[in-house]
Each structure stands twice: as structure tokens, then as C-alpha cells.
Design a protein around this ligand. Sequence first.
Ligand code: ADP
Ligand code: MN
Ligand code: MN
Ligand code: MN
Ligand code: MN
Length: 355
Amino acid sequence: MAVPFLKNPGLYEHYANLDQKGKIMAEYIWIDGDGEIRAKTTTLDKKVKDVKELKEWNFDGSSTNQAEGGNSDVYLRPAAFYPDPFRGGDNIIVIAECWNNDGTPNKTNHRHSCAKSMQQAASHKPWFGIEQEYTLFDIDNKPYGWPKGGFPGPQGPYYCGVGAGKVYARDIIEAHYKACLYAGVNISGINAEVMPSQWEFQVGPCEGIKMGDDMLMARFLLLRVAEDWGVKVSFHPKAVPGDWNGAGCHTNYSTEAMRKEGGMKAIEAAIEKLSKRHSEHIAVYGTDNDQRLTGKHETGHIGQFSSGVANRGASIRIPRHVAAQGFGYLEDRRPASNIDAYQVTDIMVQTTLLL
Ligand code: ADP
Ligand code: MN
Ligand code: MN
Ligand code: MN
Ligand code: MN
């Protein structure tokens, strides 16, 4: 594939097209000690049809803030795999859970607990849809496309904007969308956001553990696509200080009971349960989320739980069309853009179905 930011983008093309002679490249990805994504590749002898065929692997956890130097091996246990849109062919990207030497899940492995919760709640068929907001930056840490040494005009024309001066980096966003579709990530849409160079993609509805997996994969693909353009992706909830919108990960949620005729009762019951565990939820709804949940810029204040129909200033919003038809889903607007989706979907199912 072409690498646009390189001086000689055509050069790589020849090598990308070389025959692999039947070998497969498997890129293992995992979450490191700071919540960032890491990746490394291994060669396999043949095409993979089942995750069970993939080997358990390891890495040096002392280099990723996941283990002490003296006992630094951390194990990578394959959990799911996707077609690789960068290398193409039968090459794959593997989501791996991190496990310690002593058989306990690594501190960054929230997938393990999430998968258990999803199994216990499986009969309720929990669905999620996450709206991932993020901000693009130049390699020199200026918001991407913003005038050098200055600021763009105030917020207003950028949200779902069309046309030069209103949208930035359309090519990166389109490339990411296609990469997600190629990989089989259940991406359901994209839109330009309120702050220039801030964007959103939505993934879902996904049932159970698939939400965390598809979100991790979608983020990896975004980082990797933007890398080809020499552009940085920030998932920080307040990427640019001042009178600019923060970034969230609104988490839409439903159970089978909520999706059926009369489901409003189940939605209200879930909101009642959520209202009693506000601080437990905020604890896993992202770091620096206090900079975003100020009660301004379409957010509810971090210190207080609230809910309402069509209310974008509330913790939980019931979409207007859901209230009108009497069933559907709820939107938890509190999660920040830098959440671990496994942790968030885990606690939502815990609070509303398992406790
Ligand atoms: P907003 O109006 O808040 O910007 P979006 O259209 O960006 O909403 O996102 C809505 C999300 O809700 C999508 O990811 C979609 O997949 C998800 N969704 C739709 N129906 C359900 C449902 N029944 N349960 C859970 N999530 C759902
Ligand atoms: Mn080595
Ligand atoms: Mn949205
Ligand atoms: Mn949004
Ligand atoms: Mn939303």
C-alpha cells in the first residue's frame, strides 16, 4: 500500500506486491500499561480458520509498563482475529489478552472479566453501540490543519461540515472507514465533530464481548492509517484546552427486554440502577474525564447523575425516537474518548443485569 507522507511513496509498492509463498503474517495487538496499543508480528505456516489455531506468544512487559524487569515475560493469549487491511491477502490482525507468569490476568487485561460478565448475561442479549470521538494532530502536536501560530474560527460550521475550510483530513477518515469494513469491524458510521479536526466513528450494535473487540480493532486501524499519513490520533477527552468541545465515547446500550414492545419499563429500570452507582461508573469512564464533564459543551456535570429524553446535557439520554416508540435503547453520555470499552461494557452489564 502507498505511504503518502514518505518522500517516495511509490517505492514501497513493489515490495508490498511480492509473493509471500504461502506464509501468513499475523500481527498481534494488545493494550499496554498506559492504555496505548502495542503490536508485533509473527509468521505462520498456513491460513488461520479458528482462533484456537493461533499460538500463545509473549513479550517483554518491562518495556510496556506491564511487568517488573526481573520477571518481565507477559503472555499474549489470542482472543479474536480479523483480516488485515494493510497487508491484505490471508494476513491477519490478532487481538490478544495479556496474562502474567503466575496465571493471573495482567493489569491491562480487562477483556477477561468482561468476557465472564457477558457470558453470565448472555440470555439478555446485551447490545452496545459506541460513538468514538477523537482529535487529529500534526507530528509537531498542533491540531491537524489548524493555521500555524493561530486558531481557526469558532465552533459552528465544522460539525458534519462539508467543504474546504470546514473539514480537515477527509482522506484519512475515509481510508479508516474502508479499512474497518475490510476487516469486518461493525462500523456503523462516521461524522465530522464540533471542533475542527475532531471526528467520530460509531461501532455497533455489537452483542457482548464483540463490542470491546471491534472497538479495539477500530482504534488500532485508525492509529495505523493515520501513521501512513504522518498524523497523530489523540483519544484525550479534552485534547485542546479552552472553548473547544471535549471528546467522548457515548455508549448506547440495550437488552432484549428494552428492544421489545413496552421496553421503556426495562430502560427506566436500568436507569434507576445506574443512578445508584454513578461514582463506580465514573471511576472506569476514562482518565481526565473531569476536564470534559463540566456541564458545558453538551455534557452533564461529573459530580451528579441525571437523565432525560433527548437531553444532551444529561448523564443518560433516552433518544427522542426511542421515547416516541416506547422501546429501544439508552445512551450513556459519560464515558470519555479514552475509555477501555471492555471495562465500560462490563460495568454496564454488571450494574443493570448482574448485581
Ligand atoms: P447520536 O445521535 O448520539 O450522535 P449515533 O448515530 O452517533 O448517535 O450513534 C448511535 C449508536 O447507537 C450507533 O453506534 C448504533 O449502532 C447504536 N445503536 C442503535 N440501536 C441500538 C440498540 N438497540 N442497542 C444498542 N446500541 C444501538
Ligand atoms: Mn527480542
Ligand atoms: Mn454520534
Ligand atoms: Mn459526537
Ligand atoms: Mn451520542
